[in-house]
Design a protein around this ligand. Structure first.
Ligand SMILES: *Cc1c(COP(=O)(O)O)cnc(C)c1O
Length: 390
């Protein structure tokens, strides 16, 4: 007997995985013996700083850490977060009620919609954007309303252009600066405006701050909680993944408005059981003791940024060095769709880059390059692309 399973309707609403076509192409190219240079994923190639690994090793030996952790995270971890916020942003968050550990920030971003969005509700999502904002909305049966990120607006959403009706139904708004995929940054004035709007319309304002520590040329990214009164409506998602090269460890957190934190916490209490405590201890080491190593990580990415930007510019691409993140966001050559362009580059140059359309329809016309490989590999990637004529 063949049993046929039918997926729930919400699964059908999840947008198709646009990168499948490219993945297939990459496999074909690799099968031809080509050494593919992968600039398509936002996953640092550098190892996690040694101190952090040492803490994990030590704490993994301790049976106390083998048990279920507390749902909201060890108080010690939350205190380390709170102290880090004070030191880094001069922002006070209460470790007890305004801080929540997450199994990577993606987990919290995906789950927060379940706490605040129901059928008929809208969530305001940037496009191009990190796909989880859109998918999280769909999985909670809400309706995403797209805020386009356009070059003419510095890749910031035009808050004045959001229709009243959408604002009235909106429960959550996500913004993300320094931004993935555009590498744009936002001023504290922009954040102030977003806070005002969220207050006026009772919207839980969520700021995804995953790249705040990967900045260059002395640029220091703000926290939305630096805006006076932001804690009345906002929370911020943070992650150790990009800052300390810890993507595989799954360690992040949210801080800010206590009601919003409590809502997210209620969902999490029912679906997961927190971060392995040895990893929380390692996270404490990262937040408290890893400064020089973090500077070195930034320096490496900064050098790569310069190599890749200069290389792409020399080929005639409109590339500018971003102030933060590890991405370049570049217009595709005239006459190409982003998918066609990226397909050609993987096929003929063996370089994997990401089509902008994969981050939402508004990303069409662009491609993203992640400088998460060595300078030599970046130079080789540019060299290979230079042999293609557009
Ligand atoms: C990488 C990334 C995250 C998620 O990081 P975690 O590893 O889940 O903590 C969140 N937001 C953006 C924009 C990212 O690029």
């Amino acid at each position: 007997m063949i049993v046929i399973f039918k997926y729930a309707k919400r699964i059908e609403k999840i947008p198709p995985y646009l990168f499948a076509q490219l993945d297939k192409k990459r496999e074909q190219v690799a099968a031809r013996g080509v050494d593919v240079i992968n600039l398509s994923i936002g996953d640092p190639d550098l190892p996690t700083p040694k101190k952090i690994i040492e803490t994990l090793k030590r704490e993994a030996e301790n049976p106390i850490n083998h048990k279920y952790p507390s749902y909201e995270g060890m108080l010690e971890f939350r205190e380390a977060v709170s102290d880090w916020y004070k030191k880094r942003f001069n922002v006070t968050v209460d470790p007890q009620t305004e801080t929540l550990s997450l199994i990577g920030s993606k987990e919290g971003i995906a789950h927060i919609y379940l706490a605040f969005v129901q059928p008929g509700d809208i969530s305001l999502v940037p496009s191009p954007g990190y796909p989880v904002y859109n998918v999280g909305t769909i999985l909670s049966d809400g309706t995403p309303y797209v805020m386009p990120l356009l070059k003419k607006n510095g890749f910031l959403p035009d808050l004045d252009a959001i229709p009243q009706e959408a604002l009235n139904k909106a429960k959550i708004m996500f913004i993300n600066y320094p931004n993935n995929p555009t590498a744009a940054i936002a001023s504290i004035e922009f954040m102030r405006k977003a806070v005002q709007l969220a207050k006026k319309h009772n919207i839980a304002l969520c700021h995804d701050c995953a790249y705040s520590e990967l900045s260059y040329d002395g640029y220091v990214a703000p926290s939305i909680l630096e805006v006076e009164g932001a804690k009345e409506v906002a929370i911020e998602f943070h992650s150790l993944s990009k800052t300390y090269c810890m993507t595989g460890w799954r360690c992040g957190y949210a801080v800010g408005n206590r009601e919003i934190i409590a809502g997210l916490s209620r969902i999490k209490t029912n679906v997961d059981s927190g971060i392995f405590q040895a990893i929380q201890h390692a996270g404490i080491t990262a937040l408290r003791d890893v400064t020089d190593e973090q500077d070195e990580i930034k320096e490496v990415f900064g050098e790569r940024r310069d190599v890749l930007t200069a290389g792409m510019k020399s080929l005639g691409f409109d590339a500018t060095p971003p102030k933060a993140t590890f991405y370049l966001w570049i217009p595709v050559p005239h006459g190409y769709s982003s998918m066609d362009f990226c397909t050609r580059v993987i096929d003929e140059a063996g370089v994997m880059i990401t089509p902008g359309v994969g981050f939402g329809a508004e990303g069409e016309g662009y491609f993203r390059m992640a400088y998460t490989v060595s300078k030599d590999r970046l130079t080789e990637a540019v060299d290979r692309i230079s042999k293609l004529k557009f």
